[in-house]
Unconditional design. Structure first.
Length: 40
């Protein structure tokens, strides 16, 4: 895994970044339903 460049983020900033990333992933999966069942 690549080393995280932004080690000086506060916990609150990291939490916000994590939440935004997760929301973007969910939006992507919702828009691309064909990738949801790759093991079916």
């Amino acid at each position: 895994m690549a080393e995280f460049k932004y080690k000086n983020l506060t916990q609150e900033e990291q939490d916000k970044l994590d939440a935004a990333t997760f929301r973007r992933l969910l939006a992507h999966l919702d828009a691309n339903k064909d990738v949801l069942n790759v093991y079916s």
